[in-house]
Every structure is written in structure tokens, then in C-alpha cells.
Write a new protein. Structure first.
Length: 375
């Protein structure tokens, strides 16, 4: 019999809530039991303390998961069962590293205590899983520095003059470690024991990477780098330009390589000027005078002091009283280029006093053509 009805009603409500909670917990446990064990992830809790106080903002990395410890020095994550690597960092400084073998459904807790000025990590591990053969449980890991760390040091110099490179950035694969070289080009970092790829970068030098660098426990590994200047390792670029006969580029190149005093006219220049025959085209060359629209005077000498060649061969004149050929006989439509040479050379005949004109015709056309001109 209840003396206070309000109190009795409160007690009955609390008792009913406890019964409902027990039923829910029993149902959840039954569902977890019926669930295949292979699909259950492992739950990992990490607690970090130093001088009795929790340490916040420390980087925790376990397999593919990573994060920062909270204000209570805690970090919780669900990880797939199997072998994984656990690492604890303070900024870029590694504090400890462990190799773990998590079992399906395992609930594990790692308590790390940092001691001394060197912040030595003392590890204590608790696990809900017991070893029944196969992979060892996480609880089998010794609560101390299992793998430890080592020192990686070296010097970075220029391969050109051997001078130290100041401010070169060094990266170690798989870790957040980033270091810079000092005024002597030296560097030194502490990283967990293992095998790494080490890269060195500098804006004025080419990047260098050394793979498979072993770092032993409590050992110092020396690796030096020689960086070539960045300009020495530019990628090779090959520019290919097709050679077009009679183009302005080919004419300029020929005139540049000619050892004698000469002028060269190409088909491109002739077409721009609109000349219909070779005589009109040559009237634009310095030192030449066109007479009667047919004959040229080179350096003030008459036509009989000049010589005309077509593709390197002498051409007889149709006028028996004159030596030279009338240049209005050659239409510019068949001309590739015209060379006017005012000095002697071994590849030219020496029967001229003023100069020699060599007319070069086009090659066999790739396609048929038909042209009509009206004048």
C-alpha cells in the first residue's frame, strides 16, 4: 500500500522504463549475435596523456583513418578487421608507431602516456578479444615502444658547383613529416622505423626522389642529395617546320647561307608584287636596271656582260645579235625562285662581268591545273 500516490506513480514509471530498456538491450544483443562475425568492424579507442593531463590536437593515423585527439585526449574509430599500422604524431614529429592485428568485432583501447623531455611513449593496450589461433590479437602487443623510431639525416647540395642548397623542402612518404635544410644544406628528422621514399624539392632546382630508404630503430640513416639546376632538365622540344620551295622563309635562309653577293626572289614575293614575267620581277632587285622590259643591266653594265641560266643550264638567245635571253619570255607562274648573283663562285660559270641570273622553275605539280590570263 502506497502512502503517497504521486511517489508511487513515479516509482512505477521508473520501473516500466527499466523494463523497456532491458528489452531493447536484449533485442540488440540478439541481433548482434545473429549478425555474421566477419562483417563486424573493430572499434579502436586511443587515449593520450602527458604529466597526468589529456593531450589534444595530436594526429592519429590507423590504416586509412586519421584524425585529431579531442580535448579529453581521446580518438575513436571503427576499423576493418586485419593487420593495420597505428601511428601517433605531434605536428610532424612522430611519437610512437605500432603494428596491430584487429579481429572482427574486437573492442580495443590504447592508452599512451608521454614521459620525460623526450616524450617517450609508454603504451598500455586493453582488448576484448582472446587469442584462439590465427592472427594474434591486438592485446598481444607489448605495452611499450614496439617499433620505435630512427633518425634520417643528410645534406642537399647543387650538382653544378657543390654549394649547399638552403631552404630545400624534404618530404617522407607515408608521414606528415616536412623539413627544410639549414644554411649548410643539412637536414635531420625523426621518423618511425620502416622503409620510405624521400623527396627533396626546391623552386630553383630539379626534384629528386630516393626510394626504399630504410630507417632502423634507434639508428641514424644518412642520405645525401645532389640537385641539378631546374634549367638543365627542361623537357626537349623539337619544332618541325615543312620546307616550302619558293616561300619567304626558304629564300631568306638561302640568301643567308650564300657566300657571294647575291639577291634571291621567291615565288611568294613575286606573287605579292603581281609581276607577270621575270623581267618585271627583277626590276625590283637592288642594282638591276630593266631596259625595254626585256633586258637587264647589272651594276651598270650592259646586257652582254650578264649571263642567264635556267635550272643551272645556259640558255641560248633567240636574237642572234644579242647574247642574253629576253626575260619577258618566262612567265612567273612557272617560277620557283630567281637568283641574281653579282660575284663569282665555283658553282657558277665565269663568263659574265656584271652578274648572272639563274631562273629556277617549279617541280611537277601534284594536281592538274588550267589558267587563263587576260591583258
Amino acid at each position: 500500500m502506497c502512502i503517497n500516490r504521486g511517489l508511487c506513480a513515479l516509482l512505477i514509471s521508473v520501473f516500466a522504463l527499466l523494463l523497456a530498456s532491458s528489452a531493447i538491450l536484449a533485442q540488440t544483443e540478439a541481433e548482434m549475435t545473429q549478425r555474421p562475425a566477419a562483417t563486424l568492424p573493430a572499434q579502436l579507442t586511443v587515449l593520450v596523456f602527458e604529466q597526468g593531463r589529456p593531450q589534444a590536437d595530436l594526429t592519429v593515423r590507423a590504416g586509412e583513418r586519421s584524425g585529431l585527439t579531442d580535448a579529453n585526449g581521446s580518438w575513436v574509430a571503427e576499423l576493418p578487421a586485419g593487420a593495420t599500422r597505428f601511428t601517433l604524431f605531434d605536428a610532424a614529429t612522430p611519437l610512437t608507431a605500432l603494428s596491430l592485428n584487429l579481429n572482427s568485432g574486437e573492442i580495443a583501447q590504447i592508452i599512451i602516456t608521454l614521459t620525460g623531455p623526450e616524450r617517450r611513449a609508454m603504451v598500455s593496450i586493453e582488448s576484448s578479444h582472446t587469442v584462439e589461433g590465427g592472427l594474434p590479437s591486438i592485446a598481444d602487443v607489448q605495452p611499450s615502444e614496439v617499433e620505435g623510431s630512427g633518425i634520417l639525416s643528410g645534406r642537399v647540395v647543387s650538382s653544378e658547383d657543390g654549394q649547399p642548397i638552403v631552404g630545400a623542402r624534404l618530404f617522407v612518404s607515408g608521414t606528415p613529416v616536412e623539413a627544410r635544410t639549414d644554411e649548410e644544406g643539412n637536414y635531420q628528422v625523426e621518423i618511425p622505423a620502416g622503409e620510405y621514399s624521400v623527396s627533396v624539392l626546391h623552386s630553383e632546382f630539379a626534384t629528386r626522389t630516393i626510394d626504399q630508404v630504410p630507417v632502423g630503430v634507434d639508428q641514424q640513416t644518412q642520405r645525401d642529395f645532389e640537385l641539378p639546376p631546374a634549367g638543365l632538365e627542361l623537357a626537349e622540344f623539337v619544332v618541325v617546320e615543312p620546307f616550302i620551295e619558293g616561300s619567304l622563309t626558304s629564300v631568306i635562309e638561302e640568301q643567308r647561307q650564300t657566300a657571294s653577293v647575291a639577291n634571291v626572289l621567291g615565288a611568294e614575293q613575286i606573287s605579292r608584287a603581281g609581276d607577270s614575267d621575270v623581267g618585271g620581277a627583277l626590276s625590283r632587285v637592288t642594282g638591276l636596271t630593266l631596259v625595254d622590259g626585256q633586258f637587264i643591266y647589272i651594276r651598270g653594265l650592259g646586257e652582254r656582260y650578264s649571263s642567264t641560266l635556267v635550272n643551272g643550264s645556259n640558255v641560248p638567245s633567240p636574237d642572234p645579235t644579242r647574247k642574253v635571253v629576253p626575260l619577258d619570255l618566262f612567265p612567273t607562274g612557272v617560277i620557283r625562285s630567281i637568283l641574281v648573283q653579282k660575284g663569282y663562285s665555283p658553282n657558277m660559270p665565269g663568263d659574265f662581268g656584271g652578274g648572272v641570273v639563274e631562273i629556277r622553275t617549279r617541280g611537277i605539280p601534284d594536281e592538274d591545273f588550267f589558267t587563263i590570263d587576260f591583258s
